[in-house]
Ligand binder design. Structure first.
Ligand code: PEP
Ligand code: MN
Length: 338
């Protein structure tokens, strides 16, 4: 249920929050430009009691939230959400370019890649320290050492860092070293993990499961938000279809479809969608044209030597060229890169 406030005064909002919590609901205050609302989420069965709050002078109206995703939906918040990752803003006209290797492989490799990405114009550095690999015999990531190196590289070149967290146990360590959690496609419905990052206040980069619907994707964002963390960035990274020419099929329609349902920023990862580097540039341009709020692109100084995802990684010059080629597209779409 949404309690639309007639008053924006703190004491009135606090009073409603107190009532909502006393009824056994979780209260989320959403301050829009036009109005303040309190979203009461929890067991739907007690909604009659919430309705009674309409009799309060400082409450305008109590209305049900019709969609299954409550906090992620547009009913509670019409304005686009701008998520902060360190000093970088994502969404609402702030375009973000996340660049970096699939995996952190060594100190030299991550420092070299960070410099390449920074010089090309990326504003967030990525790099996996815990890698979800199909085979247990493939490189599994540098783990804690990788997190430390990624943090060092981000600081050295003035970029916040994002990295994947695979288990609930890893959350505190990743939180200590990274500016943003990444939840990988394979963990999009790991509900325990979603709840764990939902308890943090660090932003979460949530990747769409390769076999998940948009509704399921939004429900996963809802898991994070329902724990109190509103800082969620959605990432479309390709889904499984019958097509075998590419690693996955980039669901470019997901951008406008998601934006029809949610206020959260939507980023595209063309690298994992395509699985091959030469498709990354055209799909990046298509992403901007479709209205995406950012891109995540894998970059490696020497893709042929990469421990993971070499074939889809851009060489330094190709990444720099792409960022330049994106400029007119970004301008046309009214997007700025911080
Ligand atoms: C990655 O970003 O390196 C990764 C493993 O992505 P995904 O979870 O989308 O496969
Ligand atoms: Mn990868």
């Amino acid at each position: 249920m949404i309690i639309i406030m007639a008053s924006r005064e703190k004491k009135d909002v606090d009073h409603v929050v107190e009532k909502v919590e006393a009824f056994g609901y979780r209260a989320h205050i959403i301050e829009g430009v036009e109005r303040t609302v309190v979203a009461a989420v929890g067991d739907e069965r007690g909604k009659e009691r919430l309705h009674a709050l309409e009799s309060l002078a400082h409450v305008e109206q109590v209305v049900p939230i019709l969609k299954p995703y409550k906090l992620a939906g547009l009913q509670v918040k019409e304005e686009r959400t701008v998520v902060s990752c360190g000093s970088v803003k994502i969404g609402g006209g702030n375009f973000c370019i996340v660049g970096g290797p699939c995996s952190v492989e060594s100190r030299e490799q991550i420092l070299e890649t960070a410099e390449i990405c920074k010089k090309a114009g990326a504003n967030i550095l990525r790099g996996g320290a815990y890698k979800p690999r199909t085979s247990p015999y493939s490189f599994q990531g540098m783990e804690e050492e990788g997190l430390i190196l990624l943090e060092e590289a981000g600081k050295a070149f003035g970029m916040p860092v994002v990295t994947e967290v695979m288990t609930v146990e890893q959350v505190p360590l990743v939180e200590k070293h990274a500016d943003m959690f990444q939840i990988g496609a394979r963990n999009m419905q790991n509900f325990g993990l979603l709840k764990a990052v939902g308890k943090s206040r660090k932003p979460v980069f949530l990747k769409r499961g390769m076999m998940s619907t948009i509704q399921e994707f939004l429900m996963s964002a809802e898991y994070i938000m329902s724990e109190g963390n509103p800082n969620v960035v959605l990432c479309e990274r390709g889904i499984r279809t019958f097509e075998t020419e590419t690693r996955n099929t980039l669901d470019i329609q997901a951008v406008p479809v998601l934006q029809k349902h949610t206020h959260l920023p939507v980023v595209i990862d063309p690298s994992h969608a395509a699985g091959q580097w030469d498709l990354v540039a055209p799909m990046s341009k298509a992403s901007v044209a479709a209205g995406a709020d950012g891109l995540m692109i894998e970059v490696h100084p020497r893709p042929e030597e990469a421990f993971s995802d070499g074939p889809q990684s851009l060489k330094p010059q190709r990444f720099a060229d792409l960022v330049n080629e994106l400029k007119p597209f970004l301008e046309l779409m009214g997007q700025k890169v911080s």
